[in-house]
Design a protein around this ligand. Structure first.
Ligand SMILES: *[C@@H]1O[C@H](CO)[C@@H](O)[C@H](O)[C@H]1NC(C)=O
Ligand SMILES: *[C@@H]1O[C@H](CO)[C@@H](O)[C@H](O)[C@H]1NC(C)=O
Ligand SMILES: *[C@@H]1O[C@H](CO)[C@@H](O)[C@H](O)[C@H]1NC(C)=O
Ligand SMILES: [Mn+2]
Length: 590
């Protein structure tokens, strides 16, 4: 019995071990095979990725060479002028377009533009594998030649296999050529370009949406109807999208001068922003952006009319809010949505597009009432959370505008699990409040500025003998005499003449440079002043010089700071010491 039990036990143990061993063996094989499977797959994907990440030189050297040989009116973006004989239609065409359309008619539709890109762009390579593009150009009564020049520049300067189509969206124009003559012209001369004619005036936002709905390519590129695409403009716009379909890319917008059609740079780039009345503003590039001048840099908001976005992401975001009317606020709506709902926005310095900034708006607005205010209210209510309040404080009547039904937009925000506006302000537009504070700080100080070395003298901006030069004269406070001796050291870190938007400005780098009055520009460079409470100095600029005066000549100037000088010391009548102590955290940083 005992033996039998022992044998049974042995048997059970043995078979148990066998089973366990078999299972283990099987497992190991299985693991091994999955491992190979796993390793096998990525090898292929890696190869694809390597091919996909191949970069090539996209320049169309043949077109560049031919453009180089061109000469004539307005060629290479040189300023052009009409002769007296050609000026017949000047006034008439100016009035309906807001720019020199008579001159536009004399400039070839396919003129060459100057290559004003950063030098590094000339040797930059981009992914070989880039998505296809539909270019969408809404227009209302655009002038014939500026519209066609937009189309020609896009067709001539885009790689043919990337450019699938150009869609001109005619927003119910009344000019006769916008209909059949345009369609015929395009059919005969520019087969990639077509027009869709909207049956009623719809405004910019709905016209863009109508074009986007027709578009069939991977990427939507929106352009204005009086623009010119520059050399190799497309690959830099597309590469960031190829790398991440949730990236929206803006080109640099160059200036086509409305009078001469000269093509020139606006500046070397800035980040898009806004103030709390929703005026479009720009923030300086960050130090890391400046280190890589040909690389795309992050930008909080787009300027509006010119950008590229994947069709997939655009429609995931619901396109534009269809409740937005005509124009206004749509660039903020889309920008906030992009950032808050998992995307990002960049500007691509190597992609440049010229744009005619009109001298004046020639068309009446088709919208009723304060449609822009209503748009702003919609954007604020849906996307800006508690920050909407700062907009309403400056424009209290927005509170009373009925924004209409917002349920679809709010639903979208919820469905896409979008981040709060606070996140956008802290992570993306983090330096905006320094320049455009939601709540305006008070001033650092105000009142008369009296000299310590010559205490009978005060800074005086009323001198008429030398125009716009600030000097010193006898202090008038309490004498009943009148003079201009009342100043404010504002939170912008500039010194303003009381009641005017004129600022103390020093542009001369030489010693004993004059202080002049100049319209305030938010204290950059020449208008930056700091008051040192202990030393009683007014320090000017980044390489600071001290405000000083010559009591005999009554001259005021800036010069090298000197601890021993008494004429460099000044008493500002009322100073907010709390605010001055917090100098770095208020307003702009130098
Ligand atoms: C095609 O372009 C040429 C040259 O610009 C022009 O003369 C012609 O009228 C255009 N064709 C049509 C059908 O408009
Ligand atoms: C400057 O103006 C303020 C009011 O704007 C006034 O209270 C103050 O007395 C003025 N100071 C001088 C020195 O005129
Ligand atoms: C000084 O500035 C602080 C902070 O901005 C403010 O709270 C305070 O009211 C100011 N004081 C005066 C006297 O204006
Ligand atoms: Mn425009």
């Amino acid at each position: 019995m005992k033996r039998n039990l022992k044998t049974l036990f042995k048997f059970l143990l043995l078979s148990g071990v066998t089973v366990v061993f078999t299972v283990l063996l099987f497992r190991i094989f299985k693991i091994k095979s999955t491992f190979e499977e796993r390793r096998g797959l990525p090898v292929e994907a890696n190869e694809v990725r390597i091919i996909r990440s191949e970069r090539i030189d996209w320049h169309d050297y043949e077109t560049i060479r031919k453009d180089g040989l061109r000469s004539g009116t307005g060629e290479h973006g040189k300023p052009a002028y009409l002769s007296a004989a050609e000026s017949k239609n000047y006034d008439k065409l100016y009035k309906v377009n807001g720019f020199n359309a008579a001159l536009s008619d004399k400039i070839p539709l396919d003129r060459a533009v100057p290559d004003i890109r950063h030098k590094g762009c000339q040797t930059k390579k981009y992914l070989k594998d880039l998505p296809s593009v539909s270019v969408i150009v809404p227009f209302h009564n655009e002038h014939w030649t500026t519209l066609l020049r937009t189309a020609y520049s896009v067709v001539n300067r885009s790689p043919p296999h990337l450019l699938k189509e150009v869609i001109l969206v005619d927003d119910f124009s009344s000019k006769e050529f916008s209909k059949k003559p345009l369609d015929d012209y395009l059919a005969a001369n520019l087969t990639k370009v077509r027009t869709i004619h909207l049956p009623e005036r719809s405004g910019l936002i709905r016209a863009r949406l109508a074009g986007a709905k027709e578009a069939t390519a991977d990427v939507l590129v929106f352009l204005d109807s009086h623009t010119e695409a520059n050399i190799n403009w497309l690959p830099p716009l597309l590469e960031p999208i190829a790398q991440d379909y949730r990236t929206c890319v803006c080109p640099f917008i160059d200036v086509i001068q409305y009078e001469t059609f000269e093509y020139r740079a606006q500046d070397e780039g800035a980040r898009g922003a806004f103030d709390w009345e929703f005026f479009y503003k720009r923030l300086p590039l960050l130090p890391e952006d400046l280190e890589h001048p040909t690389e795309p840099f992050k930008s909080p908001v787009m300027a509006g009319g010119l950008f590229a976005i994947s069709s997939r992401f655009f429609w995931e975001l619901g396109g534009y809010d269809e409740g937005l009317d005509i124009w206004g606020g749509e660039q903020y709506e889309l920008s906030f949505k992009i950032w808050q709902c998992g995307g990002q926005m960049v500007d691509a310095p190597c992609s440049r597009v010229g744009h005619i900034y009109r001298k004046f708006a020639p068309f009446p607005n088709p919208g009723k009432g304060d449609f822009v205010g209503r748009n702003y209210r919609r954007v604020a209510e849906v996307w800006m959370d508690e920050y909407a309040e700062y907009l309403y404080r400056r424009r209290p009547h927005y509170r009373n505008i009925d924004p209409g039904d917002l349920s679809k937009q709010k639903g979208l925000r919820k469905d896409l699990n979008c981040k709060p506006f606070k996140w956008f302000m802290e992570k993306v537009a983090f330096d905006l409040p320094l320049k455009y504070p939601p709540v305006e700080p008070g001033d650092f100080g105000m009142g008369e500025i009296r000299n310590i070395g010559a205490p009978e003298l005060c800074v005086d901006s009323g001198h008429k003998d030398r125009d716009q030069v600030v000097a010193v004269s006898e202090c008038v406070k309490g004498t009943g005499k009148s003079a201009e001796q009342n100043f404010t050291l504002t939170w912008h870190k500039d010194i303003r003449v009381k009641g005017k938007t004129l600022c103390f400005d020093v542009s001369d780098p030489n010693d004993k440079a004059d202080v002049t009055l100049y319209p305030c520009h938010g204290s950059q460079g020449n208008q930056y002043w700091r008051y040192d409470v202990e030393k009683q100095w007014f320090l000017h600029g980044g390489n600071p010089r001290c405000l000083d005066c010559d009591p005999g000549q009554k001259r005021l100037y800036v010069t090298k700071c000197d601890d021993q000088s008494k004429t460099q010391k000044w008493r500002l009548e009322n100073v907010n010491l709390t605010m001055i102590a917090d100098w770095e955290n208020v307003g702009v940083k130098l």
